[in-house]
Design a binder for this molecule. Structure first.
Ligand code: SMG
Length: 376
């Protein structure tokens, strides 16, 4: 058997970046007008690797938030990896003692994995067993003041080629809005995403949405509520897709066994890393549960990894892997561009296949921190 290549992580650099969004993005848990992210650069003996941490300003999507991720990365995670880890699969073991903080862990693992794959000359997509060089893309549409405003935004996306539209909903802005949009677009693949904003008492609402021929309903109920999702799924024809509830391959297995969903959304940050994301995929694929890759408004660094994940065989539904211009006037990397057929290319160069453009990176950087080996 050939020996796997090893690398040495000499130092880790953290960079907080801030980039304005082209339009505010509103979900049931809040509104974002700019993208803040932590970029992690693993500096190795042979080069470097990049990862992006997807925690937001405030702990609304999950319990993680950017400042907490920064502290965890700076204080515990990077020192546990520098000089200690020689293969990407060792990152998760080195960080296992730290509870939670999956998004921060995922970013550090992504940086080491990218550095390792660049060294080996292998693309992330090949490493993950990807089977596609282009992937179909969808778009997630934030809550707007009126159904008409949402419709106008959607028509713009459809004219660019997006293959499906995910509508954010929240209590009070749900059935009537979705119905108006469905009537205007009877043939467009539509789904709704509630980000866990409802309770089992809202079952009649979901039964009404069930009549609208949606592709799926994403995360209708609370993150920690697999049993009520199972009860709701049993009453609906439309598949439920779980997002926030799936934090690991183990969660995915539980959700599938409980029949709490019929579709799974994968985000590497939410499950603690690209390698765990592959394991979630494998659980779903082995159970014939379709998968799609979600988004966290990533810059090109995170988006590149998401596109590689989307090339895996079980990812059979269009993801929230939208083009750079859906988010930013100027991305951190060379922009990802949607083809008129609604697909985007999977990066084929080693690692994630892209890197931040130095001048853009410099302009967007808010703070940096450099963590090198502890002097003993
Ligand atoms: O990256 O296109 C994107 C955003 C997709 O809807 C999206 N993300 O619940 O899936 C989700 C939200 C979370 C965004 S938190 C900033």
């Amino acid at each position: 058997m050939t020996q796997e290549p090893t690398l040495s992580v000499r130092a880790v650099e953290l960079r907080e970046v801030a980039i304005p969004l082209v339009r505010p993005f509103r979900t049931s848990f809040g509104e974002e007008t700019q993208k803040r992210a932590i970029l992690v650069r693993a500096i190795t003996d042979d080069g470097e690797g990049w990862g992006e941490c997807v925690s937001s300003d405030e702990p609304r999507y999950s319990e993680e938030w950017l400042e907490g991720s920064w502290m965890a990365l700076e204080r515990w995670m990077s020192p546990a990896v520098v000089s200690e880890v020689h293969r990407p699969d060792q990152v998760a073991s080195a960080l296992r003692w730290i509870r939670g903080h999956r998004m921060a862990k995922a970013a550090l693992e992504a940086a080491v994995l990218d550095g390792w794959l660049r060294m080996a000359g292998v693309s992330l997509s090949s490493h993950l067993g990807g089977v596609r060089d282009r992937v179909p893309c969808g778009v997630s549409v934030g809550i707007a003041p009126t159904a008409e405003a949402m419709l106008e935004e959607i028509l713009g996306y459809l004219s660019k080629g997006y293959r499906r539209v995910k509508l954010k909903i929240e209590p009070g802005r749900d059935l009537a809005v979705v119905r108006t949009i469905r009537e205007a677009l009877p043939d467009t693949p539509l789904s709704v995403d509630a980000n866990g904003a409802y309770t089992p008492a809202d079952t009649p609402l979901f039964e009404a949405l069930d009549e609208l021929g949606l592709m799926m309903m994403v995360q209708p109920l609370d993150t920690e509520d697999l049993l009520d999702h199972a009860a709701l799924q049993a009453r609906l024809r439309t598949p439920i897709c779980l997002d926030e509830s799936i934090r690991s391959a183990r969660d995915a297995l539980a959700a599938v066994r409980l029949e709490a969903c019929r579709i799974i959304n994968i985000k590497p940050g939410r499950v603690g890393g690209i390698l765990e994301a592959k394991r979630v995929h494998d659980v779903a694929f082995g159970s014939n549960v379709p998968v799609w890759i979600g988004g966290m408004l990533e810059t090109g660094v995170g988006r590149a990894a998401n596109l590689a994940l989307a090339s895996m065989p079980g990812v059979t539904l269009p993801g929230d892997t939208s083009a750079s211009d859906r988010y930013f006037r100027e991305d951190l990397t060379e922009p990802f561009v949607l083809s008129p057929d609604g697909t985007m290319p999977v990066p084929a160069a080693p690692g994630i296949g892209v890197e931040p453009l130095p001048e853009h990176l410099r302009r967007c950087t808010v703070r940096t921190s450099h963590i090198s080996a502890r002097s003993t």
